[in-house]
Structures are given as C-alpha cells and as structure tokens.
Design a protein around this ligand. Structure first.
Ligand SMILES: *Cc1c(COP(=O)(O)O)cnc(C)c1O
Length: 398
C-alpha cells in the first residue's frame, strides 16, 4: 500500500524530509539523543530543569484529590477562563468575557494548529517572521496554506518593515506574530505592531499572536498587539502556562479572541483533542492569580541566567547578542571558524560537552545562508548547570 502523498507535502512543509525523501528526526530529537548518548549538557530544547511555583504544583495535586479527573468543559474550566480574563485586564487593561472570548487548549501548540486549520483554505497565505517557531511551518503545511516569511536579521533581529509591507497582500489570511520571539529573543516595538494592525485592516487579514513568553522579558515592555486601537476585533491572542510557570509538560494553553474568530477555532479544536489537562487547569488558574512579585522574580531569575550563559559564550569567542526576552540566546560561531552551525552543533558535545541547535532549524531551506553560522542556546537551566556549560565552552579551540 502506498501511503505517501498528502503527508509528504506536510512533512516537506514541516522541513521533515531529508534529501533522500525519507522522514528525518527533528533537530531537537537528534540533538537530545546526542545529549543523552554523550552525557553533554542539553542546552538544545527549551524546557526548565527546575520546578515552578509550589502553589501551582500543590493546586494540581489538590485538584486530583478533589476528583477533577474527568473531561472538563470544551472551552475549559470556568475557574481558568476567569483567571485568564482577569490576567488580561490586570496586566494589559484588556477586558474580555471569560464565557465568550476565552478558549483553553492543549498548549499554545493546539491553539496555533486549530487556528490555522480553522481560518485558512488551501493556498491562503500565512505571513510570519523568519526564523520562526518550528510548528508554524508544519501547521501551515497541514492546512495546505502557504507560509510567507519576512526576515529578522542579526544583529538585533528586528523586522524589515518594508519587507513586511511587501509580504502582506490580499491573499494573506493570517499575519502570525510571535513576540517575545523564539528563537531570537527579540520583542516587537509599537511601530512594528501598529504596522501589522494597519496591514491587517488594509488586506482584511486576521492577526494571530503567540505570546507564550509574555512575562519573561528583560527590561523591555511587552505590548500585546490586541491592546492597540482597532486590533482586538481581528486578533487571536495565544499564550500558555508552560513557559511562565515552568510547567511545559502540562500543556495548558489558551486563546483570547472575539466570538466570530473563536468559534471556528473551537469547532476544529473539538476534534483535535476535545479537551485536556483537567487537573492542571485550576493549577494554572492559581498561577495566573499569583501576585506581581512572582512574575517579576521569574523574569529576573531568567535574566541572570541569560547573563551567565551570554558572558560564557562571549568569553568562549562567540559573537553574542543580548536577547530582550524568552529562554534563548543566539550566538554566532563564525568567530570560532565555524561557518556551518549544523555541523558545529553535531561536534559540540564532543568538543565542549554541550548541546545546542543551529538556527537554520527555524529557517526555510532557501534562506539558510543568512543564518548559517548561528547557534541557539537555551538558558532556562539551573545556574550551576549554566556555570558548568560556560566553563566547558571556554575550552573550545579558537
Ligand atoms: C514553547 C513554545 C510554544 C508551545 O507552547 P505549548 O504551550 O508547550 O504548546 C509555542 N510557541 C512558542 C514561540 C514557543 O516557544
């Protein structure tokens, strides 16, 4: 039986097909396997190695004891939808109705997938910045839509606004924004956000914004695009508890959107997972209700981690930027004589006992040359682990 065909387009869109036409493991799987095999420090995948706030963990245990172990409502438990609505008002002054404008999802990933599947037809354009979070290419290909990319170039990784203007046309169905951004750690400023809103109006596009790092910024302001004039009515705001509360394995995400956008997404979401994570939903609600000082200290702790790893990387000879947010720092290996970051990352466990991923994993094949020597390192790890990684990287030949 020939089962190739439709999946092939998806796999190619998701950049999962090798030159031999076979499915290849994602770079994350390959690099994590390498970390396990060599005992190297895994700064490849972005997950924290410490638990999040005790209150949040305890609330999940309590919910299981209380018997919250069956299917929750399709839109999510009221306690979490209310906490999400309160969070939007408390941090951003955005007022939403928890019963009509909020949908709980299986992580930000399901919110993204259901949104793209619900809102695009074959051939529609999804415009996003490149490099991009790997799921964007995959879900766009699943939907048979076309991903159009606008470059973010080092240093600084700010967007080329003229290129953005050119990229958005009447074929654009979705402008997919990710700020704070993975993998670059850049944060879009008001000017860029205003242009996105203007272009969305001009071409009747929907703005989809992935804000999973909304609380993890280092001294710069995160502006939710839905807070700009004229934006909320055409914006789907996606976030998740995973990054904010160091609970990436719980997969509690959500989206906030007006009903005319939310309902088509709910219709798709219903047949992807239907619902998930009953006992974790009240726990994330408890997290969203933590006092301001929790959110400040989480960002401060991460900023210290960024600084430890960044100074280690520059001492080792990399050219390093200063990410404004998120879990990752991008380092240029060219000063170390490494022009091919993918090959460099394969040898890094051997050379320094550290695993990282090449930025080309977040870039389409035709644009790889612009990012060829760039490496993404995760700093969401214990300080002693980062100190050790920095010491080991210092021994790299140069
Ligand atoms: C981690 C991450 C996600 C996935 O979030 P989940 O809640 O784990 O599904 C989505 N977007 C970006 C940019 C991320 O870094």
């Amino acid at each position: 039986m020939d089962v190739r065909g439709s999946w092939e387009r998806t796999a190619r869109g998701a950049m999962l097909l090798g030159d031999d036409g076979r499915l290849r493991p994602t770079i994350f799987a390959e690099m994590s396997a390498l970390a396990t095999a060599t005992g190297a420090i895994n700064l490849g995948q972005g997950f924290p190695d410490e638990d999040g706030p005790a209150e949040v963990l305890e609330a999940a245990r309590q919910a299981i004891s209380d018997g919250l172990n069956q299917y929750p409502p399709g839109r999510g438990l009221p306690v979490l939808r209310t906490a999400i609505a309160e969070h939007q008002e408390r941090f951003y002054g955005i007022r939403v109705d928890p019963d009509r404008d909020v949908l709980v999802t299986a992580g930000a990933t399901e919110a993204l997938a259901a949104t793209v599947l619900a809102l695009t037809d074959e051939g529609d354009h999804v415009v996003t910045f490149e490099p991009f979070y790997d799921a964007y290419a995959a879900v766009t290909a699943l939907a048979r839509a076309e991903l159009i990319t606008v470059p973010l170039r080092s240093p600084g990784f700010s967007p080329d606004l003229d290129a953005l203007r050119d990229a958005v046309t009447d074929r654009t169905r979705i402008i997919l924004v990710n700020s704070p951004h993975n993998p670059t750690g850049s944060v879009l400023d008001r000017e860029a956000l205003e242009l996105i809103v203007e272009l969305a109006h001009e071409h009747d596009a929907v703005i989809v914004t992935d804000e999973v790092y909304e609380h993890l910024t280092f001294g710069v302001e995160h502006i939710p695009i839905a807070s700009l004039p004229g934006a909320a009515e055409r914006t789907i705001t996606i976030s998740s508890g995973g990054k904010t509360f160091s609970t990436t394995g719980w997969k509690v995400g959500w989206l906030v959107a007006p009903p005319h956008l939310l309902e088509p997404v709910l219709a798709v979401k219903q047949y992807l997972t239907y619902v998930n994570a009953a006992a974790f939903q009240p726990a994330i609600a408890a997290g969203l209700r933590l006092p301001d000082r929790y959110f400040e200290s989480a960002a401060d702790a991460l900023r210290r981690k960024r600084d430890i790893l960044s100074s280690g990387l520059s001492a080792a000879g990399f050219a390093v930027g200063a990410p404004d947010a998120g879990y990752f720092v991008i380092a240029d290996a060219a000063p170390l004589g490494a022009e091919d970051a993918a090959a460099f990352c394969r040898s890094l466990p051997e050379l320094a006992g550290v695993v990282a991923v090449p930025v080309t994993a977040f870039v389409r094949d035709e644009n790889r040359a612009h990012y060829a020597s760039l490496v993404r390192f995760a700093f969401c790890k214990r300080e002693d682990v980062l100190d050790r990684a920095a010491a080991q990287l210092a021994s790299l030949p140069r």
